[in-house]
Design a protein around this ligand. Structure first.
Ligand code: PRT
Ligand code: ZN
Length: 299
């Protein structure tokens, strides 16, 4: 297909779980586009990037056929298509970078009442799924032979309909499984939205565009993961509290005015600051704990 190679073309989900977070990510990275969400093609304004808005299932194929250079798609969809295209002329899809949203898992599930001894229970059973390639790859690796019933949707009701003995579907909170009288048994794949491309360089100016694009996205991801922690600590407890901040980059420790035994700590952390972690810090002697988001970061 003839198309300009001085611009990067990114395929994204038109509407669905990934569309808003994907757009926000690009916006945070400073990219702006002309035309709104209802249009199929969005031109980058002041940047050499255009968007193609499609159904998520079509994204890997568009990359494989060079219609688009990159895609933002669930790892589940990317790997399913990559397995499907494995022996074709369009093999060679790859995950460039996880994007930290759209998290879910592809799991096996059986009826609540069913006794479960392990995946070998599925030998010669019928399993309904929208991911036949990923499922058959998983079963093959474990040496289990089963009858895979490929369904486009409504997988969770396949047992009720008598179409299958087990299912393999995406799970997030688990509420859908519970509502359908199912229990999760094995996780086949941990998934999230990823940036996808072909696994060979473009060999033209898109390689530079891609390197710049990746570095901006990486910057946004780092900022999202970063939090600034502020607290006060008695000098005696300083070491114990700092041990709970192993990911802090060069924490700043300064004296508190009027109290020589107290210090104030400012630390930039690059991993999740959970309530458990804060509680552990409090127990170790920290007080006045504050966690602040970071807006921009220039290392
Ligand atoms: O129209 P289009 O084809 O583009 O969209 P779609 O309906 O196929 O996809 P969409 O928007 O539902 O999902 C897009 C991607 O989001 C998926 O490919 C996953 O990578 C990711 N994702 C994250 C999920 C979920 N979480 C999720 N919970 N995709 C689907 N689900 C469904 C799941 O299939 C099940 O029906 O939600 C239900 C389970 O949710 P819980 O919370 O009850 O466990
Ligand atoms: Zn879809």
């Amino acid at each position: 297909m003839n198309r300009p190679v001085d611009r990067l073309r990114i395929a994204m989900q038109k509407s669905g779980r990934l569309s808003d977070p994907a757009r926000n990510l690009l916006k945070q990275a400073g990219f702006q586009f002309r035309s709104d969400k209802d249009q199929l093609f969005c031109y980058g304004e002041g940047c050499a990037i255009d968007l193609v808005l499609v159904r998520d299932d079509d994204i890997p194929q568009l990359i494989a056929e060079n219609v688009c250079d990159l895609g933002i798609v669930g790892r589940n969809v990317l790997l399913e298509k990559a397995l499907e295209l494995k022996d074709s002329a369009h093999s060679g899809l790859q995950e460039l970078m996880p994007l930290g949203f759209g998290g879910c898992r592809l799991s096996l599930a059986v009826g609540n009442q069913q006794v479960w001894n392990g995946v070998s229970d599925l030998q010669d059973q019928r399993i309904a799924t929208s991911y036949p390639e990923l499922l058959s790859d998983y079963l093959q690796r474990l040496g289990v032979r089963a009858d895979i019933v490929a369904l486009k949707g409504s997988v969770e009701i396949a047992l009720k309909l008598g179409k299958a003995d087990a299912i393999c579907d995406l799970v997030s909170s688990g509420a859908t499984l519970v509502a359908n009288g199912l229990k999760e048994t094995d996780v086949i794949l941990q998934s999230e939205a990823v940036l996808a491309s072909q696994n060979t360089p473009f060999g033209d100016s898109r390689d530079t565009l891609l390197a710049n694009f990746l570095s901006r996205i990486d910057g946004v991801m780092k900022v999202q993961a970063s939090k600034l922690i502020l607290c006060q600590i008695g000098l005696n407890n300083l070491d114990a509290v700092l041990k709970l901040l192993p990911d802090a980059i060069a924490p700043t420790v300064s004296h508190v005015w009027g109290n020589q035994d107290m210090v104030s700590v400012q630390a930039l952390c690059q991993s999740a600051v959970t309530w458990q972690r804060l509680e552990a810090m409090k127990q170790a002697g920290a007080s006045g704990l504050m966690v602040l988001p970071v807006e921009k970061l220039l290392a």
